[in-house]
Design a binder for this molecule. Structure first.
Ligand SMILES: NC(=O)c1ccc[n+]([C@@H]2O[C@H](COP(=O)([O-])OP(=O)(O)OC[C@H]3O[C@@H](n4cnc5c(N)ncnc54)[C@H](O)[C@@H]3O)[C@@H](O)[C@H]2O)c1
Length: 277
C-alpha cells in the first residue's frame, strides 16, 4: 500500500504507547484514525494528538476480547469514514506469573486480549475490507516474545499468545495476497509504554484491576539475553509506515535480539540432524 492520504486507519489499544505512536504517524501521512480503546481517557488523548495534524479522529469504546465489540468498532469505522484501509490489531496485556501459578482468569485475560483480540479483529474487518476491493494492510502487534522463547520465567501466557499472532500473520499474508491486502507482524523488543502496568485496565470479568508489584528488571520482555535500549513508540511507528509501503511481513526493532532468534532456529535445524537416516 502506497497511498495513505484520505484513507482510514483503525488501531486497537490506540490510547497509549505503540498504538498512539502509530496513530500519530498515520495522521502525519494524512490518514483519518479510529481509536479502539478500553480506556476512554487514554483514547481521548490520542484523538487530540491526531487532530493536531489536520485529520479526523474518533475514539470508540472497545474491548478486543469481545467479538461483538469488535463488530461495533468496524461499524463505527465504516459508518464514520466509509472504510478501513489499515487495521492495527495492537491492544495487548501481560501478566508476570509462573505457569503453575496462573489462574483460569489470568489465561483467559492474556490470551483473550493478545490472541483472540487479533482473531476478532480479523473476523470483524476482513470480510468488509476484501469486499470493498480497495486493498489495504493489516498490522498485528506481536512481540519479540512471538519469535523466541522467554529469557525470563513468568510469561507463558504472553508467549503463547504472541507466537499465535506471528502464526496467524504468516497465514493471513497468503490468504490476503490476491486481494492486495498486505500483512505486517510487529516483533519489537522493549518500547517505552505502560505495558508493565497492563493490569490497570483488567476488566472485572477477568479478575479486575491488578496492580502487581513488577520488578522492573523482570519487566523487560523476552529475547533479551543482553539489555535492550528502550525504543520510543514514534521510532517503531516509522518502521511500521515503511513496512506497509514495502509490504514487509516481519518488523523487528532491536539488533541485540538477533542472536536469540538465530539460536532458536539453529536449535530447530539441529533437531533435523538427529533424524535417524
Ligand atoms: N512496550 C513493549 O516493550 C512491547 C514490546 C513488544 C510488544 N508489545 C506489544 O505492543 C502492544 C501495545 O502495547 P504497549 O506497549 O503500547 O502498552 P500500553 O499498555 O501502553 O498500550 C496498550 C493499550 O491497550 C489497551 N487495552 C488493554 N486491554 C484492552 C482491551 N481488552 N481492549 C482494547 N484495548 C485494550 C490499553 O488501555 C492500552 O492503552 C501490545 O500488544 C504489546 O504486547 C509491547
Amino acid at each position: 500500500m502506497e497511498e495513505f492520504r484520505g484513507r482510514t486507519a483503525v488501531i486497537t489499544g490506540g490510547g497509549g504507547g505503540i498504538g498512539r505512536g502509530m496513530a500519530v504517524a498515520f495522521a502525519q501521512e494524512g490518514m483519518n484514525v479510529v481509536i479502539g480503546e478500553i480506556d476512554m481517557d487514554a483514547a481521548a488523548g490520542t484523538v487530540a494528538a491526531v487532530e493536531e495534524h489536520g485529520v479526523r479522529a474518533i475514539a470508540v469504546k472497545n474491548d478486543v476480547t469481545s467479538r461483538a465489540s469488535m463488530e461495533e468498532l468496524a461499524d463505527a469505522a465504516y459508518n464514520t469514514f466509509g472504510g478501513c484501509h489499515v487495521l492495527c490489531n495492537n491492544a495487548g496485556v501481560v501478566t508476570f506469573k509462573l505457569a503453575q501459578d496462573m489462574t483460569e482468569a489470568d489465561w483467559d485475560w492474556v490470551v483473550g486480549v493478545d490472541l483472540y483480540g487479533v482473531i476478532y479483529g480479523i473476523q470483524a474487518f476482513l470480510p468488509r475490507m476484501v469486499a470493498a476491493g480497495e486493498g489495504g494492510h493489516i498490522v498485528n502487534t506481536a512481540s519479540i516474545a512471538g519469535l523466541v522463547a522467554p529469557a525470563t520465567p513468568g510469561i507463558s501466557s504472553y508467549s503463547t499468545a504472541k507466537y499465535g499472532v506471528v502464526g496467524i500473520s504468516e497465514a493471513l499474508a497468503l490468504d490476503l495476497a490476491p486481494h492486495n491486502i498486505g500483512v505486517s507482524v510487529l516483533c519489537p523488543g522493549g518500547v517505552r509504554s505502560r505495558i508493565v502496568e497492563a493490569g490497570r485496565n483488567r476488566p472485572d470479568e477477568y479478575g479486575g484491576p491488578e496492580i502487581a508489584p513488577i520488578d522492573p528488571l523482570r519487566s523487560t520482555l523476552p529475547g533479551e539475553s543482553v539489555p535492550q535500549e528502550m525504543l520510543e513508540p514514534e521510532d517503531l511507528a516509522a518502521k511500521v509506515l515503511r513496512s506497509i509501503r514495502e509490504n514487509n511481513l516481519y518488523v523487528v526493532s532491536h539488533p541485540e535480539t538477533q542472536p536469540a532468534v538465530e539460536a532458536r532456529f539453529q536449535a530447530i535445524l539441529d533437531a533435523y540432524d538427529r533424524i535417524p537416516s
